[in-house]
Design a protein around this ligand. Sequence first.
Ligand code: PXP
Length: 241
Amino acid sequence: MRLGVNIDHVATLRQARRTFEPDPVFAALLAQRAGADQITLHLREDRRHVQERDLRLIKELVIVPVNLEMAPVEDVKRIALDVKPDRVTLVPERREEITTEGGLDVAGMREYLEEFIKDFKSEGIEVSMFIESDPDQIKASHEIGADAIELHTGRYANLWNEHKFIELKAEIERLRRSAMEAKSLGLRVYAGHGLTCQNIKDFMVLKDLIEEVNIGHSIVANAVIFGFEIAVREMKKLMEG
Ligand code: PXP
């Protein structure tokens, strides 16, 4: 299974001060050096974390594929068609949400999305839909011409974190059925959201069906914690001269 590393929350930390550090471009290069198979980033309409400059630099500097998550809106589409990431992943976006809650309603926006993705397809940019494990959404994604789906693993993650292991087993089966269904239609299958160092191990039972996971928050959280001691020691050393 490939790992796409989502660097959004490095940018969240930078934007907390509107300053120059930590730089998500630096994080993307380090992630690549550490073995990331892909860099994933979400250019939100409200630009709360990743900025257009981050996307442009990351596309220019990293050599692994770049996966741009975006809402299906025209102003981000214009930027995406100019930058040409390797993949766009269409996600739902609401300004008041803390993170991407739920999957995109592809079945409910069928005509709009079919038209929206045409320009990406003609540019050779892979198109993926971030959806729930729902047969109607999988079928609609296939029908509008998407190349891939990313299954929302938020429910899996919540059940694991709450230790609801019976419901978790059912959720893994739901993900398995969805992945099989999507593959039988010729869609590539990815997954993501809420995956952590703790819950990833059990998720690997799906490794033969799911090609890739995209993980962000947990990796950034671990980076902050495990790098903290080094950062404090460095400051002390500088103060001592
Ligand atoms: N995949 C998609 C489509 C997402 O929107 C997100 C969150 O930005 C992720 C993966 C990564 O989720 P997390 O930050 O919880 O690992």
